[in-house]
Design a protein around this ligand. Structure first.
Ligand code: KIV
Ligand code: ZN
Length: 540
């Protein structure tokens, strides 16, 4: 394989396919913060978004290309449907990056051709080379995907792929769009492509897959054995429906079991050279950042990044681990950056100590952002004796949620107890209506707060999820609240942390309301569900 990179390339699509998860939408600052962290993690490619979707999506991809796509940075990629207007918008958005890529796609399964595209196989075979060569006229690096490849006729796939490579595609991506295939089927599909596409040696084979049957990671590992060299995945496995293949699971499977996978890349089983370029110690921090900003809570038993992934509860296990760690542990928690959450700072710590610790944690803040972080730190230190790294992470990740917000929470007061009717008084500042205060009663303090906020905001919605978890241990720990609101079938999440869970709930609710108004104003296109229509590019 002429194009074999000799290792496995990690293509992160958290900001594109991950952000397509219901309720996971991110603002520009949040996307930038995640992209910067993905660069520190060491991914090869960041798929930063679908630029044609809206002016906001275009601006986010462009900012990431400018600020993260530098000399030693990753390739910055944008998604485009197989249409000239999508491809042109994508090329413009990724242009500032030193290494830029256009990822264009069209469906190839008969069910998509008949019901979604309403096109014949011949028509698709005509569109593919036209669009790939158009993309190649704008950038050097073009990826082409056959959407729903997992359910496509392999003989038709071979023809489409050959045409795409002849037109200049440098990466060919094979998505299991609906998460339908099994590992052996997916491996066979990749092997078939390797054997039957005459020019396949001129492109890198990539895989993309959804987790509807919980098989995405297993499918990818089988694909590597059969020649795939790029994995498209997301942090915490977020994505449409059951999500995408999870980056941390793939990277750690290739790390822990490299003796098993090395020979499939033509290496000695004992070769110590890592199979991916990911800095595994950055995994935990990246996972927390993505969870905090998207509001997608990580299940406690999730492999690698779940709260229980390295906890040894049972007495027998603990005894074994104390005698020899390897009895029940296959990964040292430090490999994924899970430190002992060491107590770092307190009430008397100064600005430079806070800055130094934040820098050690990988947060390089501007002067204004540091001022704000320090003010929040001081406020927290008045209420909490010891400030841990997790607390600092919660403070910083909350900051990037603030810009562009229509609503600002100014005051929350509640009275409740065994013989009181829970009552909340809330002051909200609204860009449209100014600052107002109301009181409301509820079944509990959180219900009373939400009811007051709903009266003030005047935006009907259903609260469909409310979850609280503590950031660290101890009675004075910060509580993290995640809230999900539904309006007109769309979901919006909000997230906040405070030592007072009622205050955290109010902040999370306001955060969700801000996302709701921003989401409704944005009216983005969905790359897979919206048809390529008249070429009216959104006003940029
Ligand atoms: O799942 C899918 O097929 C996709 C493509 C756009 C690559 O996300
Ligand atoms: Zn997908």
């Amino acid at each position: 394989m002429a194009k074999d990179p000799g290792r496995v390339l990690i293509f992160d699509t958290t900001l594109r396919d991950g952000e397509q998860s219901p309720g996971a939408s991110l603002n520009l600052e949040e996307k930038l913060a995640i992209a910067q962290q993905l660069a520190r993690l060491g991914v090869d490619v960041i798929e930063a978004g679908f630029p044609f979707a809206s002016a906001g999506d275009f601006a986010a991809v462009q900012r990431i290309a400018q600020q993260v796509g530098g000399e030693s940075g990753p390739i910055i990629c944008g998604l485009a449907r197989a249409s000239k207007s999508d491809i042109k918008a994508c090329a413009d958005a990724v242009k500032p990056a030193l290494h830029s890529r256009i990822h264009t796609f069209i469906a190839t399964s008969d069910i998509h051709l008949e019901h979604k595209l309403r096109k014949s196989r011949q028509e698709v075979l005509g569109i593919v080379p036209d669009m790939v060569s158009y993309a190649r006229s704008l950038v050097e690096d073009v990826e082409f995907s056959c959407e729903d490849a997992g359910r496509s006729d392999p003989d038709f796939l071979y023809e489409v792929i050959e045409a795409a490579i002849n037109a200049g595609a440098t990466t060919i991506n094979i998505p299991d769009t609906v998460g339908y295939t099994t590992p052996s089927e997916f491996g066979t599909l990749i092997a078939g492509i390797n054997q039957n596409v005459p020019n396949i040696g001129e492109a890198v084979i990539s895989v993309h897959g959804h987790n509807d049957l919980g098989l995405a990671v297993a499918n990818f590992l089988e694909a590597i054995k059969n020649g795939a060299r790029q994995l498209e995945c997301t942090i915490n496995g977020i994505g449409e429906r059951a999500g995408n293949a999870s980056l941390e699971e793939l990277v750690m499977a290739l790390h822990v079991r490299r003796r098993h996978y090395n020979p499939f890349l033509g290496r000695d089983a004992d070769s110590p050279t890592p199979l991916t370029a990911v800095r595994t110690e950055e995994i935990t921090k990246t996972s927390r950042l993505v969870s905090n900003l998207t509001g997608m809570v990580v299940q406690p038993n999730k492999a690698i990044v779940g709260a229980n992934a390295f906890a040894h509860e049972s007495g027998i296990h603990q005894d074994g681990v104390l005698k020899n760690r390897l009895t029940y542990e296959i990964i040292d928690a430090r490999t994924v950056g899970l430190s002992d959450n060491r107590i770092s700072l307190g009430k008397l710590s100064g600005r430079s100590a806070v800055r130094a610790r934040l820098e050690e944690l990988g947060y390089d803040l501007t002067r204004e952002d540091l001022d704000e972080a320090f003010a929040r730190f001081k406020d927290l230190a008045d209420r909490k004796r010891e400030i841990t790294d997790r607390d600092l992470e919660a403070i910083v990740s909350e900051q990037v949620q603030q810009p562009e917000a229509r609503f600002q929470l100014k005051l929350v007061q509640v009275s409740c107890g065994s013989s009181l009717r829970p009552t909340a008084t809330v002051t909200l500042s609204d860009d449209d209506a100014g600052e107002r205060t109301v009181s409301a009663v509820g079944t509990g303090p959180v219900d009373a707060v939400c009811s007051a906020l709903n009266t003030l905001a005047g935006i009907p919605n259903d609260l469909i999820e409310f979850s609280v978890k503590s950031v660290t241990e101890g009675i004075d720990a910060m509580g993290e609240v995640t809230i999900r609101l539904r309006r007109d079938g769309s979901l919006y999440s909000g997230h906040a942390a405070d030592t007072d869970v009622v205050v955290a709930a109010a902040m999370a609710f306001v955060n969700a309301l801000n996302r709701l108004v921003a989401g409704e104003a944005k009216q983005s296109l969905h790359p897979q569900k919206d048809a390529v229509g008249p070429p009216s590019r959104p006003t940029l």
